[in-house]
Design a protein around this ligand. Structure first.
Ligand code: NAP
Length: 241
């Protein structure tokens, strides 16, 4: 059985990626933080179409929780090999820097950037031993160009883009690719308060993207066919720069 883990796989983009990878015969490890109902729904949707999924509830921003949950799972499943890691869990908490609190800075940096470090180093060892792996980090247009009001979020996503470039070079010889995907505006809970009618004028394709469109790109980058693509940040944004 092939395994894939998607952090923040219970809702939005992560959910669409989990469903897509399950349709490609991966057993999905679906991480989430708190929304048990949505996580169970995602697991049910995968199983209803003949797929397999396991829920792993832990806070990606908490080093101890990440290590405990993943180590326990890896020890209980010694023969399982996680081929694909999608670091997708993320939050935003927008405010101009002059009003940003320590808590707003810390929580966004911890959830979007430090989580990459905590989760990836736990999964990486086995990929190195197996000489194969796909690591995909969900970043953002905001991390590429910087958006006013999102200093914490832009800094975190830019940090992950830098980490992606470095890790790609460190593990390339072991058959592991590391890439980032940078969505623009995608229709999920994270963007539900944005006014699509107003914002679509900024987007050449004139609409928000869907989680399923991001999932298709992720599935390709996660496939063996994408073995010569590494260290890249691939945008999916309807043409907005
Ligand atoms: P979303 O709909 O808000 O879903 C967020 C997911 O992350 C949920 O599954 C949530 O779990 C999980 N999560 C949040 N904090 C977590 C934590 N500390 N530990 C574990 N899981 C946690 O978000 P989305 O729009 O799908 O975004 C997914 C990723 O794409 C994020 O990294 C985001 O920054 C990035 N992105 C999104 C857009 C966009 O337009 N939507 C654009 C660019 C980049 P619970 O259900 O338990 O809360």
């Amino acid at each position: 059985m092939k395994y894939a883990i998607v952090t923040g796989g219970s809702r939005g983009i992560g959910k669409a990626i989990a469903i897509k990878l399950a349709s490609l015969s991966y057993h999905l490890l679906i991480n989430y933080q708190s929304n048990d109902a949505e996580a169970s729904k995602t697991k049910y949707e995968i199983e209803a179409t003949g797929g397999e999924a396991t829920l792993l509830k832990f806070d990606v921003s908490n080093k101890q929780e990440v290590e405990n949950s993943l180590t326990v799972w890896l020890n209980r499943n010694p023969d399982a090999f996680i081929e694909i890691l999608v670091n997708n869990a993320g939050i935003k908490d927008d405010v101009l820097m002059m009003w940003m609190t320590d808590q707003q800075w810390d929580s966004v940096i911890n959830t979007n950037l430090n989580s990459f470090f905590y989760v990836t180093r736990t999964i990486l060892n086995k990929m190195l031993m197996q000489k194969y792996g796909r690591i995909i980090n969900m970043v953002s247009l905001s991390g590429l160009r910087g958006l006013p009001g999102q200093m914490n979020y832009s800094a975190a996503k830019s940090g992950v883009i830098g980490a992606t470039k470095v890790l790609a070079q460190e593990v390339a010889r072991r058959g592991i690719t590391v890439n980032a995907i940078a969505p623009g505006f995608i229709k999920t809970d994270m963007t539900k308060d944005l006014n699509e009618k107003e914002l679509k004028s900024l987007i050449p394709i004139q609409r928000f993207g869907t989680p399923e469109e991001v999932a298709e790109l992720t599935a390709f980058i996660a496939s063996e066919k994408a073995s010569y693509i590494t260290g890249q940040t691939i945008s999916i944004n309807g043409g907005i720069y």
